[in-house]
Design a protein around this ligand. Structure first.
Ligand SMILES: [Zn+2]
Length: 385
């Protein structure tokens, strides 16, 4: 396959030669005239394929105000409306692919209700999508680990079955025992040699304490580069010097941050975090589910959300927003062979835009999506066959 006359990330036009699913070489294009913008496949760094109601009729959200309300509500709704993690998860993953996402990290619930059923369904989905989309699954203890007998063993089994990473959640607020919760998470990571991705919504100093414990364990186990903190709202709550010290600690330990850039919540400061050496990438988190009725399987839309949240207006800053849904996501999640250089997996997205900034704010459906050297979508719709 040769993609003729395209501008990688807005640079001078080239022809991209693809061989055996990889970028073989980029040669200067001699052809005159306008050329489409070439992006690497986009990276969804944090979603929940087993929670989405994508493709189902509208569900009227009347959930209570707390996180525990949402956790318990979701279990009731799943039973009542007959959600199927494989069916809705596939619909969402394919919508993502049509919008240019070729690498995706999904958390998958492991709790007393789902036990391993969601893990099994999403492992099947990962297999079914292989070749078109690279999916990572994080075994996620949505309802905590210690407060429910069996969860630790199911997480262990989920990793044995093939989940790519182990998750954790608010170790003080849910399990009410941060040291034991994090020791359980890192213990499983060590046992199975898998990375860690922890949901940390805990505010202020409570969240700061969890961040210190996470950095401590990452360092002690030599897991730098293999640990992600998702959300990390505490870093948005705390005053500059305290947040700076924590971010420097995380950077030194090799812990990355993932944010959904939610409009409703203080978030880690993006530019300052990057200055301190942290990898910061983006994910949608909840998309049309019982947690959040909003959001879309579209990483350019998420990049725009990042831009709005962080007040990024200059073109160079919008390119930074794009970085959170591309290169930074690949680094943070450990997706290999990523990018537009020779040797990289040929995950290529063609967009009608003059530059990254325009691509982010216009959010046009890609003209073409290539994954692993194969055309998988055109004009925002999946290619058939
Ligand atoms: Zn999440």
């Amino acid at each position: 396959m040769i993609l003729e006359h395209v501008r990688p990330l807005g640079a001078a036009p080239v022809d991209v030669h693809v061989e055996e699913g990889r970028i073989a070489r980029l040669l200067p294009s001699a052809r005159p005239g306008p050329a489409a913008l070439l992006l690497p496949g986009l990276v969804e760094g944090h979603c929940h394929l087993d929670k989405t109601l994508w493709g189902l009729p509208w569900w009227v959200n009347e959930v209570g105000p707390t996180r525990m309300d949402r956790i318990e509500n979701e279990k009731r709704v799943r039973r009542r409306i007959g959600m199927d993690a494989a069916r809705e998860g596939r619909a969402l993953a394919e919508a993502h692919l049509a919008a240019g996402t070729t690498r995706l990290r999904s958390h998958v619930d492991v709790d007393e209700e789902s036990r391993l059923s969601h893990v099994e369904k999403l492992l099947g989905l990962r297999e079914a999508m292989a070749g078109r989309m690279e999916i990572q699954l994080v075994a996620f203890p949505q309802s905590g680990i210690l407060r429910t007998p069996g969860v630790r063993e199911w997480l262990d089994e989920a990793l044995r079955l093939g989940c790519d990473a182990v998750g954790g959640i608010d170790p003080s607020l849910i399990d009410r025992d941060p040291v034991r919760h994090l020791d359980a998470v890192f213990g499983l990571a060590q046992k199975h040699a898998r990375p860690v991705d922890i949901h940390l919504h805990e505010p202020g100093e409570l969240g700061a304490f969890a961040l210190e414990l996470i950095a401590e364990r990452t360092r002690a186990l030599g897991m730098g580069g293999r640990v992600v903190v998702s959300h990390g709202f505490a870093l948005g709550d705390l005053a500059g010097p305290r947040a700076d010290a924590l971010m420097a600690l995380l950077a030194e330990a090799g812990v990355a941050l993932c944010t959904s850039a939610p409009p409703s919540r203080a978030v880690p400061p993006l530019k300052r975090a990057r200055e301190l050496g942290l990898i910061v990438f983006a994910g949608n988190d909840n998309i049309r589910d019982t947690w959040n009725p909003a959001n879309a399987p579209d990483m350019l839309a998420r990049a725009e959300m990042v831009a709005l949240k962080y007040d990024l207006r200059r073109d160079a800053d919008l390119a930074l927003a794009f970085e959170t849904v591309s290169g930074a996501g690949a680094l943070g999640c450990g997706f290999a062979e990523y990018g537009l250089a020779p040797g990289c997996r040929a995950d290529l997205v063609l967009v009608e835009a003059s530059c990254l900034a325009e691509a982010v704010v216009t959010r046009r459906p890609p003209k073409l999506v290539v994954s692993g050297g194969r055309v998988v979508a055109r004009d925002g719709a999946l290619a058939r066959g």
